[in-house]
Ligand binder design. Sequence first.
Ligand SMILES: NC(=O)c1ccc[n+]([C@@H]2O[C@H](COP(=O)([O-])OP(=O)(O)OC[C@H]3O[C@@H](n4cnc5c(N)ncnc54)[C@H](O)[C@@H]3O)[C@@H](O)[C@H]2O)c1
Length: 334
Amino acid sequence: MNLSQLNLNPEVRILVTGGAGFIGSNLCEALLQNGNQVNCLDNLATGHLHNIQHLLGHPNFKFTEGDIRDLKTCQQLCTGQDFVLHQAALGSVPRSLNDPITSNEVNVNGFLNMLVASRDQKVKRFVYAASSSTYGDSKGLPKVEDRIGKPLSPYAITKYVNELYADIFHKAYGLDTVGLRYFNVFGRKQDPNGAYAAVIPKFVMQLMKHESPVINGDGSYSRDFTYIDNVIEMNIRALSTTNSEALNQVYNVAFGEQTDLNELVSLLKKNLSSFDPKIADVKVKYGPPRKGDVPHSLASIEKAKTLLGYAPKFSIKQGLNEAIQWYWKNLKNQ
Ligand SMILES: NC(=O)c1ccc[n+]([C@@H]2O[C@H](COP(=O)([O-])OP(=O)(O)OC[C@H]3O[C@@H](n4cnc5c(N)ncnc54)[C@H](O)[C@@H]3O)[C@@H](O)[C@H]2O)c1
């Protein structure tokens, strides 16, 4: 993606927390391409060094292995930074149901540490990963930023608490923040392995091995699957905007298109069959629905368009074309 059109000053220094993870490593790469100095903080809990290996020798890139639960580390890393892109968290609804305490420690206490450190070190803007899970049990579609329901999981609570803290840090201390409610992000470098892998990379890996993907429920649950480059665009817009009205807000980050799980598997099979025709014959299995899952998700992206000029380039189909090429090239023989 051509970031130069988004006018992010290449002189600004940026700390990316969770920078060895899926979204964070893609952000580090994009910022380095823009000429920025990038500091990356990650404790490698769910991220991987291989995501940033190619960046480690870059003169503008510095990686620190450290934990956002340690305030001193946060203070040190925020020193001298103009902006923070806070991505570090423990993702996954099921993980938070299995271990709510650790999810809370990282996602809430760690988040608060990063806010305190950003305030103390006079960071100019704090842009953070919020989540569509904050819509909880609200029924209305599309989801509009100011209409949320009750959270359906500990993870959703942590992400909502982040928004509440960010708001208070603006009001009480004048720290400028922008919250980005990501909707099911997918793309290159998303981890396909482990118990808490996201559905797209997990299904792609299974289909590549001719194993049956298991859909939780009857496949009618739907999501607004969002390609990574749309997410990068929103982060850069949030950093570079000169519209003061656009700050201290939360935004949906999505494409604005609803796809159910059955459709998703059809799209994956069709796309992957062009690499290996046998994948067309792999059958899907169905399991019980998962606790804590929101049944349907579709974002309104009007607010992001109006206040930040967001113009997402990748539909789910275009994003899957890119992502599957990447998975085929990089993970086929794993
Ligand atoms: N991927 C999605 O669809 C999605 C949707 C909504 C919100 N989000 C949010 O976006 C952010 C990035 O998610 P992702 O998909 O890239 O996940 P990820 O797991 O790949 O990245 C998270 C990164 O944070 C790091 N981390 C975890 N605990 C840490 C700690 N205590 N100290 C320092 N680093 C720590 C991990 O090692 C990892 O590299 C998260 O805040 C997540 O909650 C993601």
